[in-house]
Design a protein around this ligand. Structure first.
Ligand SMILES: [Mg+2]
Length: 161
């Protein structure tokens, strides 16, 4: 199950030890969107927006890689644009292509990047397929897409950790 094993786990993005990631040479942060940075279908809360701004000011390179569709996400798109954070929608995770494209956008090699997300079968598996590490966070909210709920059940069988 090493393809599903996260580099580290955290309750929320605010609990991640970014100093430790930086010390390990991981300075390109590829965030999942739904249930990692925002509630499902939602926008950034002020706290998360300021965390992202702070990470950027500390020299991290940030991108968002999401399987969501861009329509009806105009608010979060506006917020990320204001922060200067590129976002890739329709990423088709766990296929590794979007993670590789995000690394190119950030001018980082995959081994300098880490995927931060709440799902084993999209974020963690996809990170590994792209040759990257992953941080698994707890999902922000139980309200989510029916397919995601199905995947959660499978994750519990495989064991989150
Ligand atoms: Mg997610």
């Amino acid at each position: 199950m090493s393809w599903l094993r996260a580099y580290t786990t955290a309750n929320t993005v605010g609990d991640i030890d970014f100093v430790a990631l930086r010390s390990a040479g991981l300075h390109a942060l590829l965030f999942d969107l739904d249930n990692t940075l925002t509630l499902w279908g939602g926008a950034l809360d002020p706290q998360t927006a300021s965390l992202l701004a702070e990470l950027k000011s500390r020299g991290f390179r940030l991108a968002v890689v999401s399987n969501a569709l861009p329509r009806r996400r105009s608010e979060v798109r506006r917020q990320l644009a204001m922060l200067g954070i590129p976002v890739i929608f329709r990423a088709r995770k766990p296929l590794p292509g979007a993670f590789r494209r995000a690394c190119l956008l950030l001018g980082a090699r995959p081994q300098e990047g880490i995927v931060i997300g709440d799902q084993l079968f999209t974020d963690v598996l996809g990170a590994h397929l792209a040759g990257m590490h992953a941080v698994l966070v707890s999902p922000l909210n139980p309200r989510e897409h029916w397919f995601t709920r199905l995947m959660r059940r499978a994750e519990r069988v495989c064991g989150r950790r």
